[in-house]
Write a protein that binds this ligand. Structure first.
Ligand code: FPP
Length: 231
């Protein structure tokens, strides 16, 4: 990801979303958390299908953090199984809609069958014109530490060399970061990349987030004045 934010404030190119609130969505309805996650995947599916008309080059989604391993074994299994099902059911849709899949985070250490499915999906979608980056087993501090170690290995530690070694190095600068469910924190997501990003915290629980809400957020972004530290 380039280290200079887009100066074209009129149009967001890269939006990232912390998809929070699946559990509360389910609890409010007396349903198991797993149903909340299933409905969360539905919201992802609708959003990805709407991307073509949004003008976005990249949508980055926080699907599983390196801290999510602390959840119960059942919930972790549910999330991994949803990932498997999602790749199986939606890969062709990605290819047909020219969506390039990208994975950020330490995804190579996930279960071997998931790694294999992801490698296949990455290859089959590599020619896509816009990108959906999914953060899997992702932690931003770990990503920065990995990037700094790589930069140090070539004896060249500076802002540009660290940015060049981040998982996001081929993505456009992050314009807008959205978090759903009313929580106001970054939870170890895209800390470096957020340096100049606009932030939007909405109360909507993730399963209720719609493509229309993203569109409203993009319209809102287009009206914000971004100064990147200047005046
Ligand atoms: C946060 O809700 C959500 C997650 C930890 C997982 C996000 C995953 C998905 C939306 C589905 C998987 C995505 C793909 C791309 C297949 P929470 O459980 O923390 O909610 P709570 O804070 O209300 O308990």
């Amino acid at each position: 990801m380039g280290d200079t934010p887009s100066q074209d404030a009129a149009r967001a190119r890269h939006v990232a979303i912390i998809m929070d609130g699946n559990g509360r969505w389910a609890k409010k309805r007396g349903l198991p958390r797993s149903v909340g996650h299933q409905r969360g995947v539905e919201a992802v599916r609708k959003l990805v299908r709407s991307l073509d008309g949004s003008g976005l080059d990249c949508l980055t989604l926080y699907a599983f953090s390196s801290e999510n391993w602390k959840r119960s074994e059942d919930e972790v299994d549910d999330l991994m199984n949803l990932m498997r099902k999602f790749i199986k059911s939606d890969l062709q849709q990605f290819i047909d809609n020219k969506v390039r899949l990208k994975i950020i985070g330490d995804w190579q250490s996930l279960a071997p069958d998931i790694v294999e499915m992801l490698e296949d999906a990455l290859e089959k979608t590599s020619q896509g014109s816009h990108t959906v980056a999914v953060a899997l087993n992702y932690g931003s501090q770990q990503e920065i530490a990995r990037a700094a170690a790589k930069a140090a290995a070539i004896g060249d530690v500076n802002e540009a060399s660290i940015a060049a070694n981040l998982d996001t190095n081929d993505l456009p600068p992050l314009d807008l970061l959205i978090r759903t469910s009313g929580e106001i924190r970054l939870s170890n997501f895209l800390l470096w990349q957020s340096a100049y990003a606009e932030m939007l915290f909405v109360d909507t629980l993730w399963p209720d987030f719609t493509p229309e809400m993203l569109e409203t957020a993009l319209d809102d972004f287009a009206r914000r004045e971004r100064r990147f530290g200047g005046r």
